[in-house]
Ligand binder design. Structure first.
Ligand SMILES: *Cc1c(COP(=O)(O)O)cnc(C)c1O
Length: 388
C-alpha cells in the first residue's frame, strides 16, 4: 500500500528512459568486465591508472606490518578515531602544497556538504558557478548564506554580482571547480584570483576533484599549474579519483583547520577513515607526484581524440581529459553508447536533465590505462557512427 507511490514514481522514471540500475563491475587486464563482457573503460575516474595497478598493490602490501592492519577507525576523529596516519597524511599534503595545513575527510561529498555550512553565516554570500557538482549544491543548501549561481564561467556577470553584493556581507565566497565534470572545460583561476585581490571580502573555494593527480608538475591540480595555490582559501581534492583510494582533503590555513575541526558537522559526526586506507592514500599520493609520464600520456591521447572530434564538426569545449561526444537527442546518445559498447568501449550516455536539452552526449573520460591504439580505434568507431 505505502509502496504504491514509490512504484508509480519508478514507472515514471522508467518511461522517461532514465531508470538507473547498479551494474556489477570487475576490473581486468584490459579494462573492465560488465556482464561477462570485457571492455576498454572510458567511464573511469581512475585517471592515473593507480586503482587498477597490481604492481602498486604488491609494493604496498610487501611493506606492511601485521600491526598496520587496522580496517576501522571505530570512532569519529574528535573521539578516538584520529590516528597518526591522519596527521602524517595531512602533514605530507601541507608540505606538497606549501600550505600551512591540510585536513582530511571521508569523501569529497563530506567535504563539500560540510565546509560551506561551517564557514558561512546568514550574513555571508555564496557566488557559485551554475555547473558545480551536486555535493557543492547540497553544501549550499545546508548553509545559512545567501547564494546566487552565476552563468557557467561568466566572469562579467560574476563581477557584477560581487559589486552588487556591496558591503552588506561578512564574506563573499566564490565557489567553482577547476575542471568541470560534464564538458571537461576549466574555470579561469587567474581571473578569480584577480577578483580576490580587487575585492577584499572575497574568499575562493575551488574543487579540484578532476584535476588532482592529472594536472600540474607534481599532479597537485590546476592551481599548481597556474601557480596560485597560496591564493586559494579552500582548495578541495578527492582521493577517490586519480589517487585510486577514497577520502578527500582541504588545503587551508591553520586557523581554518582548527575552526573546521570545531564546527564542521560532516567531520565531527562520522566515523573516520580506516587507518589502513590512510596508509594506502599516503602511498598513492607519493606515487602520483612522480607520475609525469602518465600525465603526459593522458594529455597526448586527449589531444588526439579532441582533434578528431573537432574535425567531426564537434564544438570542443574540453581542455582536459574529460571529453564529451555530443550526439544531440537522448535517443542518439543512447544508440551511440550501445554501438560503442558493442565495439568494446564501455561508455555511458549522459542525458537531460543532467545536461541541457539537445546536448545529450557520451562522456569520454580518458585515463593513463588507455593506449594510443585504443584511442585510434575509438576514433575509427566514432567516425562510422556519424556516417550511419
Ligand atoms: C567526484 C566529485 C566529488 C565527490 O568526491 P567523492 O570523494 O567521490 O565523494 C566532489 N566534487 C566533484 C567536482 C566531483 O567530481
Amino acid at each position: 500500500m505505502k509502496d504504491k507511490y514509490f512504484k508509480d514514481r519508478l514507472k515514471e522514471i522508467e518511461s522517461s528512459g532514465n531508470l538507473r540500475r547498479l551494474q556489477i563491475i570487475t576490473n581486468s587486464e584490459k579494462g573492465v568486465i560488465v556482464g561477462n563482457k570485457e571492455f576498454t573503460n572510458l567511464t573511469s575516474n581512475d585517471y592515473l591508472g593507480i586503482a587498477t595497478d597490481r604492481h602498486l598493490y604488491s609494493e604496498f602490501l610487501e611493506n606492511l606490518k601485521e600491526s598496520d592492519l587496522q580496517f576501522s577507525a571505530s570512532s569519529s576523529r574528535l573521539q578516538t578515531g584520529n590516528y597518526e596516519d591522519h596527521i602524517v597524511l595531512e602533514k605530507r599534503l601541507a608540505e606538497l602544497f606549501h600550505s600551512e595545513s591540510a585536513l582530511v575527510f571521508n569523501s569529497g561529498y563530506h567535504a563539500n556538504t560540510g565546509i560551506l555550512p561551517a564557514v558561512t553565516t546568514s550574513r555571508s554570500m555564496i557566488l557559485a558557478d551554475k555547473l558545480v557538482h551536486a555535493s557543492i549544491i547540497d553544501g549550499i543548501r545546508l548553509s545559512q548564506a545567501k547564494c546566487i549561481r552565476f552563468k557557467h564561467n561568466d566572469y562579467r556577470q560574476l563581477e557584477r554580482l560581487i559589486q552588487q553584493a556591496g558591503e552588506h556581507h561578512d564574506r563573499i565566497i566564490i565557489v567553482t571547480e577547476s575542471i568541470f565534470s560534464m564538458d571537461g572545460d576549466e574555470s579561469d583561476l587567474r581571473t578569480l584570483v584577480r577578483f580576490k585581490q580587487k575585492y577584499p571580502a572575497i574568499m575562493l573555494y575551488i574543487d579540484e576533484a578532476h584535476a588532482i593527480g592529472v594536472r600540474g608538475n607534481n599532479g597537485l591540480g590546476c592551481c599548481e599549474e597556474h601557480n596560485i595555490i597560496e591564493h586559494i582559501d579552500f582548495l578541495i581534492g578527492t582521493f577517490g579519483k586519480a589517487l585510486g583510494s577514497c577520502g578527500a582533503f582541504l588545503i587551508c590555513n591553520r586557523t581554518m583547520r582548527e575552526y573546521l575541526i570545531n564546527t564542521m558537522r560532516t567531520l565531527i559526526f562520522t566515523t573516520a577513515l580506516p587507518p589502513i586506507n590512510l596508509k594506502w592514500t599516503l602511498f598513492t599520493l607519493n606515487k602520483a607526484v612522480g607520475m609525469n609520464s602518465r600525465r603526459e600520456h593522458i594529455k597526448k591521447i586527449s589531444n588526439l581524440l579532441k582533434k578528431e572530434l573537432s574535425s567531426e564538426n564537434q564544438e570542443i569545449q574540453s581542455s582536459s581529459h574529460i571529453i564529451p561526444y555530443i550526439t544531440g537527442s537522448s535517443e542518439s546518445a543512447h544508440n551511440a553508447a550501445k554501438e560503442l559498447q558493442k565495439q568494446g568501449f564501455y561508455v555511458l550516455p549522459v542525458r537531460p536533465p543532467t545536461v541541457p536539452d539537445g546536448t545529450a552526449r557520451i562522456r569520454l573520460s580518458l585515463t593513463a590505462n588507455c593506449t594510443e591504439e585504443e584511442i585510434n580505434r575509438l576514433i575509427y568507431c566514432i567516425r562510422n557512427l556519424s556516417k550511419s
